[in-house]
Design a protein around this ligand. Structure first.
Ligand code: PFF
Length: 455
């Protein structure tokens, strides 16, 4: 069976940025910012992305391209079978993420239809909306169906082509919405809140969240970039691709704050800024815009979210699919539909965890916590905030101490003749050897103890 590949460098960058830019940027990032001291969070986030995550991005892509194999097979291909548990953990983590991501993406898709029909009152009934599990699951199935359709067409005709259409449209929509948001009254207050730092809000929990968010947002630590990296050729300059992917992801997260906060502040609606922000507050904002304007702005906003989500779900699905195709020689189309079905089943408890089922709503109480959390939040805590930074930590250990730095340098310099001896090479080598293992390892450990054991 011929393995697929990206047809162009731009295609790879768009697909990888498409994976990175997702609900994490537009739905999760703004409320993390508002809970974490505005720009104080933003600065820490930027530091994590460029200093800690960048070397991990480069390492993942290099492993993938060197082996031309999926997240697990890559380790076997290098003759380091013992280390393929990193890939196994990654595939598992991807499956968990996709299981709840599809449910939230289903909410988004449902909102597109509500906005198009001008049903803004949906915001008051968000609780009922998410507990109408039949419709939530139907939308989730529809979203997964579209995702699977893209992935089943393969790398070039499916994933790359979708990214080439969806990413430019997404950027166009974001820019139009920013221009619009900035014309609203009081929008400047929103910008001030967003951009003036309050350093007193920074503590370990916030730092842990910022690191988790950086990994989640860059789709890092679970072998997604090993998988996508395995579909590029030796001419590709890994450093500049990684730079563009990081800039796009961080840029779009930043820009979405320029839409969200002006909208919220101009509406005068009091908000806690939690996960319900865009689902509960935004429709009211769109309603206040009145009639047709509300319908147009509202549907555009949720279409933007759907576009962002689907290029991410596509990459999440590709990780296990690529594993089955490479390692078990199972036909792509067949793998896609089976994996999609299994993940939908795993997602059902998440759909029931927002109040519908007592068991999944009050799913677990961590040591030292006074309230139980729901199943979906539990999966988010385990996958985003724990497994991803841990995976990133292991990847840098693997690259520095098992695969070895000179092999990493050889791989990177294939598409980048000036790499060897450059400052970038020294920086990457120093980071993967010392900075990343040390800082990623300690933040991971502290967050883990703090989150699950209240220590
Ligand atoms: N980066 C995506 C987001 O910010 O929404 C989420 C994600 C996609 C995580 C793909 C991991 C992944 F492999």
């Amino acid at each position: 069976m011929k393995r697929g590949s990206f047809n162009s460098r731009l295609g790879f960058i768009l697909a990888a940025s498409g994976s990175a830019v997702g609900l994490g940027n537009i739905w999760k990032f703004p409320f993390e910012v508002s809970n974490g001291g505005g720009a104080a969070f933003l600065l820490m986030y930027l530091f994590f992305c460029f200093i800690l995550c960048f070397p991990v991005i480069v390492s993942e892509i290099a492993i993938g391209r060197n082996t031309k194999k999926n997240a697990i097979g890559a380790f076997n291909e290098m003759g380091k079978r013992k280390w393929n548990f990193i890939g196994k953990m990654g595939v598992l983590c991807g499956v968990l993420i996709l299981s709840f991501y599809t449910i939230v993406a289903g909410w988004v898709l449902g909102y597109v239809f509500e906005m198009v029909t001008g049903n803004f009152s949906i915001a008051d009934n968000f609780g009922n909306y998410v507990n109408n599990t039949t419709s939530v699951l139907l939308y989730a199935v529809l979203f997964m169906f579209l995702t699977a359709l893209i992935v089943s067409r393969g790398i070039e005709k499916g994933i790359e082509k979708a990214a080439k259409i969806l990413m430019p449209s997404l950027i166009f929509i974001i820019l139009s919405l920013i221009v619009y948001a900035l014309t609203l009254p009081n929008s400047i207050d929103g910008i001030i809140f967003y951009l003036v730092p309050d350093f007193s809000q920074i503590n370990l929990t916030v730092a842990g969240n910022a690191l988790g968010q950086a990994f989640f947002s860059l789709s890092l630590g679970m072998g997604m970039l090993i998988t996508y990296g395995s579909y590029i050729d030796d001419k590709n300059n890994i450093i500049s691709s990684a730079t563009l992917i990081t800039l796009t992801d961080v840029g779009i997260a930043f820009l979405s704050g320029l839409i969200i906060f002006p909208f919220v502040f101009s509406s005068g609606i009091e908000t806690e800024g939690g996960p319900g922000l865009i689902f509960q507050v935004f429709p009211q904002i769109f309603e206040n815009l009145g009639g047709t304007t509300g319908i147009i702005v509202g549907s555009t906003f949720f279409i933007l979210l759907s576009f962002a989500a689907i290029t991410s779900t596509v990459s999440l699905l590709e990780v296990p699919v690529s594993y089955l195709v490479d390692e078990y020689k199972i036909e792509r189309k067949f793998s896609v539909w089976i994996v999609a079905l299994v993940i939908l089943l795993i997602g059902i408890p998440s759909a029931y965890s927002q109040g519908k089922s007592e068991l999944f709503t009050n799913f677990i109480t961590y040591f030292g916590a006074d309230k139980p959390i729901d199943f979906m939040q539990f999966i988010i805590d385990v996958s985003n905030d724990t497994l991803l930074p841990f995976g990133g930590f292991l990847i840098t250990i693997y690259v520095a101490y098992v695969w070895k730095k000179n092999n990493l340098s050889d791989e990177i310099s294939k598409g980048n003749p000036y790499y060897k001896g450059s400052f970038m090479e020294k920086y990457i080598n120093f980071s993967v050897t010392f900075i990343c293992p040390l800082i990623l390892g300690s933040i991971f450990l502290l967050t883990f103890l703090n989150k699950f054991f209240g220590i």
